[in-house]
Write a protein that binds this ligand. Structure first.
Ligand code: SAM
Length: 217
């Protein structure tokens, strides 16, 4: 299987910090705190990448599983864990998320900057699959580029900012090239109750958001 993140994977976190001034990292960890993560909670990180968010969840006492299709990304995750939290045990799955069939097993499923790699039809299928991996009362966290709102100037900036990022990943990782998705709308349509949204700014504009959805039993 071809590793689409072979070239860009090693520098992924570096690029993301450069592009966002660490706001992407803040966004990815925004819903991971003592209120939302209880010791022993089973949490799945889909498309984990370098996975500092997954390490944070494990540090809070969660029983963490990470999934990624890219060997390069999982290697980078292993290196990050080795240097930051070698004492923790985190289960790694090297596979396509659509082949992970541990339905109903997770208290929380996290998709940080993951759903944006797919075209919209596939993104909805993947989101539906992630929801099914959660148990009856699971929460589903989506962190990503924020749907552009505000005045014309602000919307234009946010779109340009997104298209620059998606172009780079289309070029180097063959990701889908598409507009910014309205994740809360999709989450609601798939039956989640959206209980919280946290925004993160760049140049005083909301460029990223972390959305917390809950399954309704
Ligand atoms: C844009 S990166 C985001 C990485 C990480 N979540 C973050 O926020 O830094 C997308 C990740 O999803 C992984 N990925 C893409 N398609 C996948 C699939 N079908 N199943 C599992 N992982 C996948 C890629 O290998 C990559 O690590």
């Amino acid at each position: 299987m071809r590793d689409k993140y072979r070239y860009i994977g090693p520098v992924y976190d570096f690029l993301s910090n450069l592009y966002s001034g660490k706001n992407i990292h803040r966004c990815k960890t925004a819903m991971l705190d003592v209120e939302t993560v209880k010791p022993g909670d089973r949490i799945l990180f889909a498309g984990v990448g370098h996975g500092r968010d997954a390490i944070r969840a494990a540090e809070l006492g969660a029983d963490v599983t990470v999934v990624d299709l890219s060997e390069t990304m999982l290697r980078k995750f292993g290196e990050a864990q080795e240097s930051e939290a070698p004492h923790l045990t985190i289960r790694r799955i090297h596979n396509d998320i659509m082949k992970v069939d541990e339905f109903g097993q997770y208290d929380m499923v996290v998709a940080n900057f993951f759903l944006n790699v797919f075209d919209e039809t596939m993104m909805v299928r993947v989101l539906e699959h992630l929801i099914q991996l959660g148990n009856a009362e699971a929460s589903v966290v989506v962190g990503d580029f924020c749907y552009p709102t505000g005045n014309v100037l602000s919307r234009t900036f946010k779109k340009l900012y997104w298209y620059m990022a998606v172009f780079i990943f289309w070029l180097f990782a063959n990701n889908a090239f598409h507009k910014i998705y309205n994740y809360p709308e999709h989450m609601r349509r798939l039956g989640l109750e959206v209980t919280e949204k946290k925004h993160f700014k760049l140049l005083n504009m909301d460029c990223y958001w972390s959305i917390l959805g809950r399954k309704q039993a």
